[in-house]
Design a protein around this ligand. Structure first.
Ligand code: IPE
Ligand code: IPE
Ligand code: MG
Length: 238
């Protein structure tokens, strides 16, 4: 498929958020350890990001680790942190060198110091880029994000508006997601972008994340392009 698969650039979502689920089940099916499922998942994510930017998407947010995932066995978490230590710079560096700004969203302070360092360095190295961005949600939970934002507003002694509240969230400066894709057969948000998802189009795939191909991404965008986003209005008002 080429960029011309839908007419009009407005049919390409500006911001896609992805819940990369199913790495563990995919690994199990292929008789691999879960850690290898996460590695294949991370590689697939990089491929999808490159493809999405080529198609004209401006922002991609990926749910890599939730606050609730921190309750997983220590061994699995260590495997995930090791993945960040060994491959994060190499993989994300490849996408970001094309002018993409990387932000880590979530309570990064819960990560081991050296993993925090990897993320901070990637943020600093890409801070000069504007217009295109990747948000990596690590130790991210939407409820945690909202509670943090409320406390910040209280500390400042400020009443908030919808706009000013958005700017207190981890995703400040990034437009709300237009399309949220979840792989792995589950039909839920699992504490992801609950405030920002107010008018996002949702797309669920039965495929496990490591097998979600570039073509599958195109399929999700194609379906998105056929939907009517009314934002509360009538068809006649659009
Ligand atoms: C998603 O894959 C990635 C993370 C939560 C880190 P899972 O690890 O949840 O994979 P399944 O759902 O067990 O297959
Ligand atoms: C959601 O997947 C979190 C990430 C993809 C990082 P989970 O596998 O943790 O979701 P639940 O537990 O099935 O809702
Ligand atoms: Mg899962």
């Amino acid at each position: 498929m080429s960029k011309g698969f839908v007419t009009g650039g407005d049919k390409i979502p500006k911001h896609i958020a992805i819940i990369m689920d199913g790495n563990g089940r995919w690994a199990k099916k292929h008789l691999m350890p879960r850690s290898l499922g996460h590695k294949y998942g991370m590689e697939r994510m990089i491929g999808l990001m490159e493809h999405a930017f080529d198609l004209g998407v401006d922002y991609i947010t990926v749910y890599a680790l939730s606050t609730e995932n921190l309750k997983r066995p220590k061994e699995e978490l260590e495997g995930l942190f090791d993945l960040f230590r060994k491959y994060f710079k190499q993989y994300f560096g490849r996408v970001c060198e094309k002018g993409v700004r990387l932000r880590a969203i979530g309570d990064i302070s819960l990560l081991p110091d050296d993993v925090q360092q990897v993320l901070r360095e990637a943020e600093a190295e890409t801070a000069q880029y504007q217009g295109k961005g990747i948000n990596v949600a690590v130790c991210y939970g939407a409820r945690d994000e909202i509670v943090h934002a409320v406390n910040r507003a209280i500390e400042r002694g400020e009443k908030v508006t919808e706009e000013s509240f958005s700017r207190l969230l981890y995703t400040a400066e990034v437009p709300d997601p237009d399309l949220i894709i979840r792989t792995g057969k589950e039909v839920r948000l699992s504490n992801f972008l609950l405030y920002q998802a107010a008018y996002a189009e949702l797309y669920f795939s039965d495929k496990m994340f490591p097998e979600f191909s570039d073509k599958d991404l195109e399929g999700a965008i194609e379906e998105y392009s056929r939907r009517t986003r009314r934002f509360g209005k009538t068809d006649e008002q659009l």
